[in-house]
Design a protein around this ligand. Structure first.
Ligand SMILES: [Zn+2]
Length: 292
């Protein structure tokens, strides 16, 4: 019945993933293309037309900073400026709606159902084109005062202007070393241009010593960034997700070793784990967030 029905909606730059949860069970999932033309104004109407019916609630997961009052502070990938998409969604559908950052939604799903199951407090790190992260403390997503909590990708490791320039305008952010793009850049600098991060990590795992050096540098940077974050929030576990983390234990153990090298001694024992929900995490997390 619609009283127990919720929509989890992960609005990505190319695809919107939608899940229908009834009585706590994922009944169906589908996707619609993201139309970013005209400042992304078709995105919500396109979602609305794909919904099979009314529901008790919905939540949108978006790739941008979300303030505690639900205001979205720009989603460049969607063409959105400062806006309040949950209100527009409710006006279109009549369904109460919340909005959350996509990495934060994924963090909630991994904490409740995935790699962080059994823990109340986790740091979730998504390694993709960029490095996203989400913080769940005592079972609750923490957005921070300005929606910037968990912006691990932009923790600065090397502020000198000789370091890699970041999309945020600074230099030497974690993202410039540990994202898929960052790993490819490190490999190009080492004389291996044009390789994807998956090719690099696979070759390193198969025994290529020069590429293993590249992966070690990426994991060293990531472990250092995670150690800094853990000195502040001290989660029970860290969960690695995103495409790069699909390299599995080979990658995870290198990040764990780097974390153990750099962390404050009291943080030793913090487990680095792998995410288990894959690309459904954002959609599942928004459904959980919709349920409150
Ligand atoms: Zn940055």
């Amino acid at each position: 019945m619609e009283n127990d029905r919720y929509y989890g909606i992960d609005v990505g730059g190319t695809t919107v993933k939608i899940g229908l949860v009834e009585n706590g069970v994922l009944l169906d999932k589908w996707s619609v293309p993201t139309d970013i033309s005209d400042g992304g104004k078709n995105i919500l109407p396109d979602i609305m037309r794909s919904l099979p019916g009314p529901a008790a609630g919905a939540a949108l997961a978006v790739p941008g900073a979300v303030l505690p009052d639900g205001t979205v502070n720009r989603c460049v990938n969607l063409g959105w400026g400062v806006c309040r998409p949950s209100e527009e969604f409710t006006a279109l559908t009549g369904i109460p709606c919340r909005v959350q950052n996509d990495a934060n939604a994924a963090a909630l799903a991994e904490q409740r159902l995935g790699g962080g199951k059994g823990f109340e407090s986790i740091l979730f790190v998504a390694l993709g084109t960029g490095v996203g992260a989400g913080v769940v403390l005592d079972g609750t997503i923490r957005n921070g005062a300005r929606g910037a909590a968990g912006e691990l990708g932009h923790l600065c490791l090397d502020p000198r202007d000789t370091a890699a320039a970041c999309t945020c305008g600074h230099y030497g952010c974690v993202e410039q070393y540990a994202s898929a793009t960052g790993i490819s850049r490190l490999a190009a600098q080492a004389g291996f241009p044009g390789m994807t991060s998956k090719q690099i990590v696979d070759a390193a795992a198969a025994g290529d010593a020069a590429l293993e050096d590249v992966v070690d540098r990426a994991c060293d940077a990531l472990g250092r960034g995670i150690a800094g974050a853990c000195a502040i929030i001290d989660p029970e576990a860290v969960v690695l997700g995103g495409g790069v983390a699909q390299a599995g234990d080979y990658f995870r153990l290198k990040v764990q070793a780097a974390f153990d090298r750099y962390c404050f001694h009291a943080c030793l024992g913090t487990e680095i784990r792998l995410a288990t929900l894959g690309s459904d995490a954002g959609m599942l997390g928004s459904a959980l967030y919709a349920m409150g």
